[in-house]
Design a protein around this ligand. Structure first.
Ligand code: DOR
Length: 391
């Protein structure tokens, strides 16, 4: 049984083409039928290089199953999961636990990061050589690697196995949550990467200094890329309320940082947008700004960015697709493995009770947006479909 999408505007080779070719997906849901709509847009499915799916260890917050459903609802068919898990994937034995759950429960492509250091404790390196064939890269997301000689060795060993290091940059000798805590560690790492020449990517950049440092490093030929998240591009500290929905790490910054991030997007300093989808329980997010760090993002990223940046004329739709669905695959050496069908005219209000994610905490709760996922197809299989359409 199959569904055919025809007559849509299709993103192909960097441009949007009206009345593009037909797209077919297999599905056991209904008999063969065709959805002919000039209203729809078909994009390569999005790839998110920074999500937390919480298994093994914290399945009350999210599971690989609920996380992948949230991803397909948001238009994603590829995600890379951060390794702050229990047990942390720092050895083959531990990683296998996670890989077994992925095999059983993931409806999209879920690629794990292994930790840089054992248990993300920052004192001893993980089994980098043994883990390399099974992971998309190495990260100690949630904490910075503060020991410079350990980071140097991690970079050397990651280079030898041709894997990327995706760094959460946070220098604990700086004031917690200060802009310096982020950019000082980026500055240190740029020197190391310049020397070692490994593949290096910076997680969730949030300050204007980080943008400037990375811009310069790129000019000097350093093998560096970076991501920022939808909330750093659309919110700043002036929006913060005493509410767990505004609590994440790094925190929302000064308005001048937000503007610098937009500039970084526009001039190519920032390569991609990742959500840092970080679900926690309602209880954990109920303590105002003392709540655990993290907000969900997979089910709101595209509509928020489309509404706030594309519709407002800040960036083009092609640019947004590049940031969410072209550049991440390229940098991580992956093939595009699906497509997503969007209706961009449909206006609605973000309602976390409709999320597939177990996490419900988002500062975009109640926001009026454009851009609704109609369908997402992964490896030819329909993994999300908005049944409202055929009602
Ligand atoms: O907000 C965050 N949440 N930032 C991090 O660095 C970690 C993440 C989490 O695991 O919840």
């Amino acid at each position: 049984m199959k569904i055919v999408f025809s007559g849509a505007t299709v993103f192909e080779n960097g441009i949007l083409k009206k009345g593009g070719s037909d797209f077919v997906a297999e599905t056991p849901l209904f008999k063969d039928f065709s959805l002919n709509s000039s209203e729809y847009f078909i994009f390569p499915a999005f790839a998110d290089m920074h999500v937390h799916f919480r298994e093994p260890g914290f399945s009350y917050k999210e599971t690989i199953k609920s996380g992948s459903m949230a991803a397909s609802h948001g238009g994603y068919t590829t995600v890379c999961t951060m390794p702050n898990l229990n047990p942390a994937p720092d050895s083959i034995e531990n990683l296998k636990i996670q890989l077994d759950i992925i095999k059983k429960d993931a409806s999209i492509r879920v690629l794990p990061f292994a930790t840089i250091t054992k248990g993300e404790k920052g004192t001893e390196l993980s089994d980098i050589e043994a883990l390399a064939p099974y992971v998309c890269g190495f990260s100690d997301d949630g904490v910075g690697v503060n020991d410079t000689s350990l980071m140097r060795e991690a970079m050397q060993r990651a280079k030898a196995v041709d894997k990327i290091i995706s760094a959460h940059c946070e220098d604990t000798t700086c004031i917690k949550d200060s802009p310096e805590a982020e950019w000082k560690q980026i500055e240190r790492d740029i020197k190391l990467v310049n020397d070692i020449k490994c593949k290096y990517h910076v997680c969730h950049i949030s300050t204007k200094e980080s943008v400037a440092l990375i811009r310069d490093a790129k000019k000097n030929g350093v093998n560096i890329t970076c991501e920022t998240a939808p909330h750093y591009l659309t919110l700043s500290e002036k929006n913060v309320k005493n509410d767990g929905r505004y609590r994440m790490n790094p925190p929302l910054r000064r308005e001048e940082d937000r503007i610098a991030l937009i500039e970084g997007i526009c001039d190519g300093t920032i390569d991609m947008i990742a959500t840092d989808h970080a679900p926690h329980s309602a209880e954990e997010k109920s303590k105002g700004l003392k709540s655990l760090n993290g907000i969900v993002g997979l089910e709101t990223a595209f509509p928020i960015l489309y509404t706030r940046l594309v519709k407002e004329g800040v960036i083009s739709l092609e640019k947004l697709i590049n940031l969410m669905a072209v550049s991440p695959y390229q940098r991580f050496g992956l093939e595009v493995n699906g497509y997503t069908v969007y209706n961009l005219n449909n206006q609605y209000i973000i309602d976390p009770s409709k999320f597939y994610s177990k996490g419900r905490s988002t500062p975009f709760d109640g926001e009026k947006v454009f851009g609704k996922t109609v369908a997402t197809v992964c490896d030819g299989r329909l993994v999300y479909f908005d049944e409202e359409i055929i009602k």
